[in-house]
Design a protein around this ligand. Sequence first.
Ligand SMILES: [Zn+2]
Length: 107
Amino acid sequence: MSENEDLEEKKLLGSGGYALARITEDEEIKANLGIPQIFLANVGRLSEDRFLKYYCNVCGKDFDGSPIIKYETPNEELGQGVVLVEKGEYKCKNCDNIIALYRKFNK
Ligand SMILES: [Zn+2]
């Protein structure tokens, strides 16, 4: 059994476009918050090979493969035990438009 067995192709919505990527059921449950749409911001960082293509609202077209993924791990204490572990963005490789932003907290 390959580890890709449980991956399903899904449309992940972002503020500046959307992406088609293969995600696991767990990732989907975590990201859809009980509504049918899945937001890229809630999925967080996926490896580039999970992406089939993405659509950029600014370019108005699809691109094959992954958007550019940029992230940092500030480990910034926000108070009351909440730590910003990682923040990142998915950007269009053609025009730099931000497809989606995400933030990952310690809880
Ligand atoms: Zn673009």
